[in-house]
Design a binder for this molecule. Sequence first.
Ligand code: PLP
Length: 354
Amino acid sequence: MKKHNFSAGPCILPKDVLLKASEAVMDLNGSGLSLIEISHRSKDFVAIMERARTLVLELLQLEGKGYQVLFLQGGASMQFLMVAYNLLETKAGYLNTGTWSDKAIKEAKLFGEVVEVGSSKDENFNYIPKGYAVPSGLDFLHLTSNNTIYGTQFKKFPTTDAPLVCDMSSDIFSRVLDFSKFDLIYAGAQKNMGPAGTTLVVIKEEILGKVSRKIPSMLDYQVHINKESMFNTPPVFAVYTSMLTLEWLKNLGGIAAIEELNEKKAQLLYSEIDLNPVFEGYANKNDRSIMNATFNLAEEGLKETFDTMLKEAGINGLNGHRSVGGYRASMYNALSLESVGVLVDVMSEMERKA
Ligand SMILES: *Cc1c(COP(=O)(O)O)cnc(C)c1O
């Protein structure tokens, strides 16, 4: 049976990418050697790393603007502390939009003062804070563009004279933004780019070198920039597979093309959530994410029926995060409109049954 994968992360990747990645594990470019058994300093792999970095700048339209691209390890969670280690001298601002920003705040507090500029904690993070004033004199302002767990997403970004740092783990490459507004973007690969194991960091080099503390080499962005992401052995499989996904996206027409599809998928699902009395949306309508849609059953008693129907339709990964409950449909780039259609059919079938 065909599976429809709505998993929040790790999550669906294009079939074509999986096929090419598995071929390369057996034989890279007809070399007779596996991608994962050759030197990362070999000509073949150096070309892969370079291609991946070029594709990132090209897709984000950041070429020639002073940005560097890194493929690091330790996940987005490592970036929570690395950002502060490298950029926080006295005081940083954070927007608290849920678990992930909360974790980022916790790490930053180890290095300096943290001002919580805005928060939606009072409503269990079902909206994006607005109307807050960003103080001046911050070393940087940090936000999480898409809140994977709650299904909320920034549609407009704050203006500040401080460097803007953004955790884009779950919506990078999904919608057109002026990426040059950000001074540092990071994203764990496993939500919209590739397998777990590498973290993308796109950084404007000029914001570095301003803190007085000593930084351990592995946590120092400048060290990784100087070594072109090869300070130590990079996660070769994760980088290669990410490169394939970026190539797939480019061939599709880039971010603008995928955004159009992502909007269609989100519209299809949200209109079902809004019109079907069996379901209730979780996130505030104005702040709803086009990547992760959160919703609940109006009556808990229908759960068993709905879960059985989902299973029979081949729908995978629809359980909500434990801190929100209910359901969450993650509609990352590689998920087809057809899969969302299958989910919507099950939901309307529920309405007939209820
Ligand atoms: C999943 C996720 C993380 C955590 O990523 P890891 O790579 O597991 O550390 C951080 N931020 C956001 C927005 C996420 O969705």
